[in-house]
Design a protein around this ligand. Structure first.
Ligand code: XUL
Ligand code: CO
Length: 453
């Protein structure tokens, strides 16, 4: 990052936020003043955490869609955010204004990465060729801005869900012309992502599911989706893109039933189409909850299956059963998630993408800064707690002790396949040993976790 002390690069419209310099780390004792309303108390990007710089352990990304496209509408209310780039000028002028403000935010936050959908960054043209060209023209601008600021691309993705043409799905559409249209869109964004040095390419199947089986051929739709993904993977190799291809599971919303329901469903799907070594998952906290899982469950399962790729970092609301996409601020929740990330070997080529949006009453420009910066600090603090948990090792020691029998002679013989059901049965009857129940010590462990906070 080059933004830290130098002046910010802003566009012809001038600064959008009141912060004229990149936020810096001031430590736990920092108190805000008029001169410096916010400084990181925990996000100390160069601090070493388990052998890597904190910035490299967390790999934060700000997303384009919620921050710069979102208007604050909800199903009952109109736009509240009144962003200047949503009014006035041609659609392309608006896109360039938006890009200026986006890179201003990235510099203020000193966030190393960003993420986008094609439709977030550039307007839809009269034809697909024109739309794709618009995306490439904005990518040219990104290229220069990325070079000027040092901000990198965590992932790109195609929006295959907003336009009415996708209302019955993209790859899973009953009309092959829609499949082809989606393929052309993905090809363009994959190539743009490659050109911008993106570390990953994400597919989220917003409309890949169904509302009712009365009108749906589920078997065909799954086969179409498998074919689509295989084509994407082939193209990745053809163009030499080295980043990870990621699927982002979500159980419902916008469709009632989505095929990429959760990590387990995605893994089964990948295996069916022989893609389990080609594609990984981008796990989002709020999506995990909607599927009836904890965030940690999805992370640990993906690690166990060898498909852990990246994280969308947000939270839901315990009182609401839909995808509220709020910025994380529960330190314990994030610490548990990051503990498992660290235990599993770290975030790798993935990152922590804030797929999170402001509440619609947060209408000041600076609310965008506070939301991200506060969330970065929460995650940094949680990372340090997770580091303590790893170094102390007490949780892992408990698990190792609990399963120690499986490393013994008996356990190994069973797992190695060296003993049949019949031999096992005979042996148990002959020895007459009654297994002794042991405490799982859940409350002790919960108390232990609280002690790290
Ligand atoms: C929607 C969602 C998407 C993906 C990218 O719930 O999470 O924004 O992250 O398409
Ligand atoms: Co997401």
């Amino acid at each position: 990052m080059t933004a830290t002390s130098s002046a910010l690069h802003t566009g012809p419209h001038g600064p959008y936020f009141s912060f004229s310099k990149a936020l810096r780390f001031r430590g736990d004792g920092f108190t805000s003043s008029d001169d410096e309303p916010f400084a990181y108390r925990w996000y100390d990007k160069d601090r070493m955490v388990l052998g890597r710089r904190m910035e490299d352990q967390l790999r934060f990304a700000a997303c384009y869609w919620h921050s710069f496209v979102g208007t604050g509408t909800d199903p009952f209310g109109d736009a509240t955010f009144a962003r200047p780039w949503h009014a006035g000028g041609s659609p392309m002028e608006q896109a360039l204004h938006k890009a200026d403000v986006a890179f201003e935010l990235f510099q203020v936050l000193d966030v190393p990465f960003f993420t986008f959908h094609d439709r977030d960054i550039a307007p839809e043209g009269r034809t697909l060729a024109e739309s794709n060209d618009n995306v490439r023209r904005v990518a040219d601008v990104f290229e220069r801005k990325m070079a000027d600021t040092g901000v990198k691309l965590l992932w790109g993705t195609a929006n295959l869900f907003s336009h009415p043409r996708y209302m019955a799905g993209a790859a899973t559409n009953p009309d092959p012309e829609v499949f082809a249209y989606a393929a052309a869109q993905v090809r363009n964004v994959l190539e743009v992502t490659h050109r911008l040095g993106g570390a990953n390419y994400v597919l989220w199947g917003g409309r890949e599911g169904y509302e009712t089986l009365l009108n749906t051929d589920l078997k065909r739709e799954l086969a179409q989706m498998g074919r689509f993904l295989s084509m994407v993977v082939d193209h990745k190799h053809r163009i030499g893109f080295k980043g990870q291809i990621l699927i982002e599971p979500k159980p419902a919303e916008p469709t009632k039933h989505q095929y990429d329901f959760d990590v387990a469903a995605v893994h089964g799907f990948l295996r069916t189409y022989g893609l389990e070594h080609e594609v990984k998952v981008n796990i989002e906290q709020n999506h995990a909850l909607l599927a009836g899982h904890t965030y940690e469950h999805e992370i640990v399962l993906a690690q166990a299956l060898g498909i852990f790729g990246s994280l969308d970092m947000n939270r839901g609301d315990e009182m609401l059963g839909w995808d509220t996409d709020q910025f994380p601020h529960n330190v314990q929740q994030v610490a548990l998630a990051l503990y498992h990330v660290l235990r599993g070997g770290g975030i790798g080529a993935g990152g922590l993408n804030f797929d999170a949006k402001l509440r619609r009453q947060s209408i000041e420009p600076d609310d965008l800064v506070w939301a991200h910066a506060g969330a970065m600090d929460v995650c940094a603090r949680a990372l340090l707690i997770a580091e303590k948990m790893v170094i102390d090792g007490a949780l892992q020691r408990h698990i190792d002790a609990r399963y120690a029998g499986w490393d013994g002679e008996r356990g190994r013989a069973i797992l190695d396949g060296g003993v049949s059901l019949e031999e096992l049965a005979r042996d148990v009857e002959r020895r007459g040993i009654e297994p002794q129940p042991r405490s799982s010590r859940q409350e002790r462990l919960e108390h232990l976790v609280a002690s790290y906070l």
